[in-house]
Design a binder for this molecule. Structure first.
Ligand SMILES: Cc1ncc(COP(=O)(O)O)c(C=O)c1O
Length: 456
């Protein structure tokens, strides 16, 4: 295992800017590759974060697995671009078959189809566009022709989701030309999953006054990794005639594990699903997919041209499903890593952090100076450090200060978030090398920082 004394420099922005300035000193004459390489290594790399270090527990980033790197390097060497048949017949076919293979692995219907996206954010955006497009059809017009003006009253268009949904849903709504008022957020239950009772009430309250064009279910919330109950939500939404999107950017990978499959039950009935293999499959960023329940759904996003993306081509054309004309061939790293590790190897890789975090939560249960904020479902645990007799009104400030100090020291990495308005320290495990002991060391480190701050 590769643990470093520092996993990032902890430098202030001014220092980082000063160190990397020579790289941006564009001049008439270039510099030799060796000098360039030395400049990057000495000036920029120290300010990178070493994601592969088991002490890194803050974001969904990780070093590529060897096989994934092989896939990425091969694409870079020969055929880095994909999108249409003329650019890469092999890449296109690999993408198409890879999407189909994952539809099968995740138990999606025969007619389901997927496409690669630049990121989960864009997958969510496309899903909401497809949802709005179908709503327009139900209202008797073509969204691609009339846009929002085709709706009787666009201010009545709404998306319902939980307040734990990722902010990319807000982006998606804005990009559709709708305001934040078009998002109705529902509260969460004790497991931080969408509250079914509140959802029902919300639907009853708005279904005759608003047009609900999409309900977004989150399968693996960003803050706590909670999985909204997919099938029950779909059933509650029956009769609403709305598009059901599952944002499983973080969670879907875990549907591979037998013991977690039941938590994703119902995804096969959703209209669309976002998945980010770049979050925990050990593949380079970007690696994201959007699945739809029925391949015909993608026709709603297709834009044809005379140059390419022509109508009636008899070869597959992913550019009609995923808009960028230039897109990297990321399917190869995904295919390579799963082929190399096998489903069993990948499952073991996915399980290690889940088990470590679950065990951490058990070990901390009776620690008086730790407040556990939720039961961890998918490898994330949010806690608060609550030293004895510390004034409760200053606890939020303490968590923030611990986080700031941690960032400066650069030895470990957790993130800082809010749960029900309270500041929390969020520990996310992704590394297959993570163990409960490493996580406990991080907890002790957080305690030490708290102690030092109190003594200062
Ligand atoms: C639940 C969820 N959805 C969407 C996203 C956005 O994905 P990306 O960062 O690939 O744009 C994230 C990112 O963390 C997420 O946690």
């Amino acid at each position: 295992m590769n643990m470093r004394s520092r996993i990032y420099s902890g430098a202030e922005p001014e220092q980082v800017a000063a160190d990397i300035a020579p790289l941006l000193d564009f001049q008439e004459d270039g510099i030799p590759l060796e000098e360039l390489s030395e400049m990057i290594e000495s000036r920029l790399v120290p300010h990178f974060v070493m994601y592969d270090d088991p002490g890194f527990h803050s974001f969904y980033n990780f070093f590529p697995e060897k096989a994934a790197a092989l896939g990425a390097e091969t694409a870079l060497k020969y055929n880095q671009g994909v999108t249409n048949w003329q650019v890469s017949p092999g890449g296109v076919m690999l993408e198409e078959l890879c999407c189909k293979a994952f539809c099968k692995l995740y138990g999606l219907p025969e007619k389901a189809e997927g496409t690669f996206m630049y990121s989960g954010t864009y997958a969510n955006q496309e899903a909401l566009y497809l949802a709005l497009h179908r709503k327009a059809e139900q209202c008797g017009f073509d969204l691609s022709k009339k846009g929002l003006s085709g709706f009787e009253d666009p201010s009545k268009l709404v998306v319902i989701t939980s307040r734990e949904a990722h902010f990319s849903v807000d982006h998606a709504v804005r990009i559709l030309g709708l305001g934040d008022q078009s998002i109705i957020t529902v509260g969460v239950d004790e497991k931080r999953r969408i509250d079914k009772v509140e959802l029902k009430k919300t639907i009853e309250a708005v279904q005759n006054t608003h047009v609900v064009f999409c309900v977004v279910i989150t399968a693996g919330t960003t803050c706590t990794g909670s999985i909204d109950p997919v099938q029950p939500v779909i059933e509650i939404c029956e009769g609403l005639d709305t598009w059901i999107h599952v944002d499983a950017a973080y969670g879907l990978a875990f549907a591979l594990l037998d013991e977690f499959k039941h938590l994703f039950s119902g995804i096969e009935n959703a209209d669309s699903i976002t998945w980010d293999p770049h979050k925990q499959f050990g593949v380079p960023i970007p690696n994201s997919l959007l699945f739809v329940n029925n391949s015909a759904d993608f026709e709603r996003i297709a834009v044809y041209s005379e140059y390419f993306n022509k109508k009636k081509e008899d070869v597959p054309n992913p550019g009609l499903k995923s808009p960028p004309s230039t897109r990297p061939l990321t399917a190869l790293s995904l295919v390579a890593v799963l082929r190399h590790l096998g489903i069993k190897g990948m499952s073991d890789r996915l399980r290690a952090p889940l088990e470590a975090v679950k065990e951490l939560s058990i070990r901390l249960e009776n620690e008086p100076d730790i407040e556990i904020m939720h039961t961890p479902e998918l490898g994330i645990l949010c806690i608060r450090i609550i030293p004895t007799e510390f004034p409760p009104e200053n606890l939020d400030q303490l968590q923030v200060e611990i986080f700031n100090r941690l960032m400066k020291e650069g030895k470990r990495s957790v993130s800082e978030s809010r749960i029900d308005g309270k500041a929390v320290l969020r520990i996310l495990a992704l590394s297959p090398d993570i163990t409960v002991d490493i996580l406990l060391e991080t907890i002790d480190y957080l305690r030490t920082i708290a102690k030092n701050l109190m003594e200062a």
